[in-house]
Structures are given as structure tokens and as C-alpha cells.
Design a protein around this ligand. Structure first.
Ligand code: HSE
Length: 364
């Protein structure tokens, strides 16, 4: 059995990864080792009645005994450890949730329902680094990847509605704590006139009573159209990733322009996005629908009506599942070649953990 080392298994993405690996019986196929940067020698997780003892995640020698390493430890760890393994001439495979190596020439961004052929060719070529994509990009491609594969897209604009989980566990808790303070305040004034209630809520949002140290400003009852750092061209780094990562995942020589505004909203763990697509030609909607449905077994097509949309095209429906819903599919007033779409997916599953465990299985 292949030796697989896992690092960062206690964090949010790591925990989702381990729970999916247990669900899918992945631990029966590997000889697993768990690593820690601070608790080497102590007890690790108990899985299938095996009590693991933690190994030292800062020891490149110890890591180099693995055939495959899966890291959800973060980019700083990747930057520190990956070169050390390189210098030991380690020949194993590095699977990583962090973005640090994503755009490097010696890595492939993994999303096998969309780019399995590219992954297979890269393994044959000897590529050793397989990196999970940005959650928003992966979820967009899980929704509409087949339109790219059928070479139907001239350009795309993506307007995102990103959940608190994209920031991390602390951000999720911060949103919930803001909601709790807001709920408590509302309870005191719920019988007041709505404009008085609104006034009170607005003061609460502008004051210092809501904990907002992670997001910078309250997210509850609010939105933040800025995610990640700023670039010189006015984009945020999150917005930059849409085009650069999507084209890399699809391994396209002729780049397809993608751009839009990334917005943090008060959903907890599922991202949504509204897409405007300029098609290369006028394609009938029924053809588009069947191409979208052919994308993968995880796509659920949502009819463009109020009931189905309210029921399925939202974080409430997809959270905790592997479903990617795609709906609001219609031609736009802009012209017959302009397509409107909306898609939702779980940020921690297809957006983070799922491609990693699937990559391990491809390698096995
Ligand atoms: N950058 C994403 C977000 C996290 O902030 O929502 C997933 O890659």
C-alpha cells in the first residue's frame, strides 16, 4: 500500500477532507501517517480503530518516506517544506490545498471532473505537484465546465456571492456572533416601528458593538465587495484568479477572458455566482441545457422558474453536499449570444477538500 502523509488535518478544510476520506473508505486503500508542526509524538486521530501517533511535519526526512503528501496546512508551510523535499530529491507526489504553488509551471490545478485528461497527461509527463484550485473558480467550472469544453465561450463575467467560510473558521464564527448580537437587539425592539428598527440596526452596523476584527466591517446585514489583496490594475487577487486559474485548469492555449467582481456575503459555507457568458455563436437554450447536464453527475440543472430557483439555487440547498446547482439559464436582452446563468456549490467540498482526496485516488 502507498504511504500517504497528511498535514493540516485538524483545520477546517483538513477536517472536511478526513471526514470525506472516512466516508469513501479511502483509509482502507492507504498506509496513512498524520503529521503535525507542533505535536509530534502525541496522539493523532483514531480512524477505523487505528490510533495514529503524530509525526513531525517539519522534518523533511520523515516526510520524504511518504509516496504521497496531502497538505491543508497553508501556503507558508508549503513554501517552507516543499523546497526541502526537493533538495532531498524526493520523488513522491505533493497534493496541496494552498495557493502557494498553484500557478507554478511545475504544478497542475486539480479538478478532475473537468480536467481529468490533463491530470492523466501530467502524471505521464512526471509532474509531481497537484494543487487544489481557488474555491470560486473550481465551483464555477463544476457548474459550467462543459460549456468551456464544447468551446462555446468567447468571454465570461462572473459576479460572486462568497460565503464567510472562504475566509476561514474564525470568519464563520464572527458572522454568527454578529448575527447573534443583532438578534438580541432585535428582540428588545421588535414591536417598534420598522423605521425605528432600521435606525437601530444601522447604528449597530456603524458602531463598535459588533465583532468585526476578521472581516474589518460587519458582514451580517451587509456585503463586502472586496476579497483578498489588491492588484495594480484595480482587481482584487480573488478576481484575478478567475481567469488565470480557470485557463490553467482547462489547459487552454488561447486564453478565454474572465473577469467580474467578487463579493463576500453572509452565507456560511457555500459560494454562489452570477455568470454572463458571451457565446461564440447563437446556440439554442435546449442545447445549452443538455450540455450543462452532461457536465458531470454532480451538476443539478434547475429550471428557470421561481419555485425551483428558490428551492435549489442557493447555499441552503447545496451546503454539505457535492451538488453543484446551475439555473437561471436564459438568453439576455443584450443579444442571442449572451447567456445568463447562476450557480451554487459547497465551498469546503468541491471548493476545497474533494479534489484533494480524488487526486490521491487517481494517483493510487
Ligand atoms: N479565496 C476564497 C474566499 C477561499 O475567500 O472565498 C477559497 O479559495
Amino acid at each position: 500500500m502507498k504511504k500517504v502523509g497528511i498535514i493540516g488535518w485538524r483545520g477546517m478544510v483538513g477536517s472536511v477532507l478526513i471526514s470525506r476520506m472516512i466516508e469513501e473508505g479511502d483509509f482502507n486503500r492507504i498506509e496513512a501517517s498524520f503529521f503535525s508542526t507542533s505535536q509530534s509524538g502525541q496522539s493523532g486521530p483514531l480512524i477505523n480503530e487505528i490510533q495514529y501517533t503524530l509525526k513531525d511535519a517539519l522534518s523533511a526526512e520523515s516526510l520524504s518516506e511518504m509516496d504521497i503528501i496531502i497538505s491543508a496546512q497553508g501556503g507558508d508551510y508549503t513554501k517552507e517544506i516543499r523546497p526541502k523535499l526537493e533538495s532531498l530529491n524526493w520523488k513522491g507526489y505533493w497534493i496541496d490545498a494552498a495557493s502557494a504553488k498553484r500557478m507554478d509551471d511545475d504544478s497542475v490545478i486539480i479538478l478532475d471532473p473537468v480536467n481529468k485528461a490533463h491530470i492523466d497527461q501530467s502524471i505521464d509527463r512526471g509532474v509531481k505537484n497537484y494543487i487544489g484550485g481557488n474555491c470560486t473558480v473550481s465551483l464555477m467550472l463544476m457548474g459550467v465546465g462543459s460549456l468551456f469544453q464544447h468551446d462555446l465561450i468567447e468571454w465570461m463575467s462572473s459576479m460572486t456571492y462568497q460565503a464567510a467560510s472562504g475566509g476561514g473558521a474564525k470568519h464563520m464564527k464572527e458572522l454568527l456572533s454578529q448575527m447573534s448580537v443583532i438578534g438580541d437587539e432585535y428582540e428588545k425592539i421588535q414591536d417598534s416601528n420598522i423605521l425605528d428598527i432600521d435606525d437601530k440596526m444601522s447604528s449597530l452596523l456603524r458602531g463598535n458593538d459588533l465583532d468585526a476584527k476578521n472581516f474589518g466591517v460587519p458582514l451580517a446585514l451587509n456585503i463586502i465587495p472586496w476579497i483578498d489583496s489588491s492588484l495594480d490594475n484595480g482587481q482584487t487577487r480573488e478576481e484575478w484568479k478567475a481567469m488565470s486559474e480557470a485557463n490553467k485548469i482547462l489547459n487552454l492555449e488561447q486564453q478565454i477572458p474572465i473577469d467580474g467582481t467578487c463579493v463576500r456575503i453572509g452565507a456560511l459555507r457555500s459560494h454562489s455566482q452570477a455568470l454572463t457568458i458571451k457565446l461564440k455563436r447563437n446556440i439554442p437554450l435546449d442545447e445549452i441545457e443538455s450540455i450543462l447536464k452532461s457536465n458531470s453527475e454532480w451538476v443539478e440543472f434547475v429550471d428557470n422558474n421561481p419555485e425551483s430557483t428558490r428551492e435549489k439555487l442557493n447555499p441552503r440547498y447545496v451546503s454539505g453536499t457535492l451538488k453543484t446547482t446551475v439555473g437561471r439559464v436564459r438568453k439576455m436582452n443584450l443579444g442571442d449570444e449572451y447567456l445568463n446563468l447562476f450557480t451554487c456549490g459547497d465551498q469546503l467540498l468541491w471548493g476545497a477538500a474533494e479534489p484533494l482526496r480524488r487526486m490521491m485516488n487517481i494517483l493510487l
